[in-house]
Design a protein around this ligand. Structure first.
Ligand code: 5RP
Length: 224
């Protein structure tokens, strides 16, 4: 099976976690896109969705699914999203698609986080995938110096094909931090959150995934 077929398989399996007559939280990225396409097939069963990015909102609306502002939604039963890395405890690195801040906010008000990922995303120790950190543009060099003190090598994410800084949906920049072996994800998440100028860190450990649907050659494996 190709990686896309594995992503599609977990996206399809995630439909079993959708709660009827509710608003669902939807993540960002290629796996989340497969999920949105599956969600479209059962859109009559849900009230609508809260999106974790402008791209996700556009795809949901393109399928005729109503997108709600989070300020108008008191609680969300289930949030479904991909990950760049996940460990057996459900801690994740996210933000490869630059949507980490809104993903974290939507996940924080959701009862259950269902992670959907192809099997290559499961790791023993997080950190091979450079850790995305969203920062206020004026603070990017100051934050980069602090991240270097933690042993990482931060690199400013650029807009594809340019030498200009990439700008997120929130007007922030992204530092991708390579070289971290993250043996205590909860502690590192708290430590990076303390750096002034950080908007959000792509470590989802204090609030990790409750369930992970992993796409493997032999089928979809469920980790709880
Ligand atoms: C976006 C994310 C994505 O969930 C993550 O990058 C995985 O993406 P994909 O499903 O394309 O592999 O965190 O900010």
């Amino acid at each position: 099976m190709t990686q896309d077929e594995l992503k599609q398989a977990v996206a399809r399996a995630a439909i079993a976690y959708v709660v009827d007559n509710e608003i669902i939280g939807v993540g960002t990225g290629s796996t989340a896109n497969f999920f949105i396409d599956e969600l479209a097939l059962i859109k009559h069963r849900i009230k609508g969705a809260v999106a974790s990015s402008e791209a996700t909102a556009a795809r949901l609306r393109g399928h005729g699914i109503e997108v709600f502002d989070l300020n108008d939604v008191p609680a969300i039963a289930v949030y479904i999203d991909g990950a760049d890395e996940i460990n057996a405890a459900g801690a994740m690195i996210k933000g490869g698609g630059a949507a980490l801040t809104r993903e974290k906010i939507v996940a924080s008000v959701s009862g259950q986080f269902v992670c959907i990922a192809d099997g290559s995303k499961l790791v023993d120790v997080l950190g091979k995938f450079p850790l995305p950190v969203e920062v206020l543009p004026m603070a990017r060099n100051a934050v980069a110096r602090e991240l270097a003190k933690l042993g990482g090598t931060p690199k400013l994410r650029l807009k594809a094909g340019t030498d200009e800084a990439f700008v997120t949906d929130n007007g922030g920049n992204i530092l991708d931090v390579a070289g971290l072996a993250i043996t205590d994800p909860v502690a590192l998440e708290a430590q990076i959150n303390q750096i002034v100028g950080v908007i959000a860190v792509g470590l989802f450990a204090a609030r990790g995934a409750n369930v992970c649907l992993l796409g493997m050659a032999e089928g979809v494996k469920t980790l709880k």
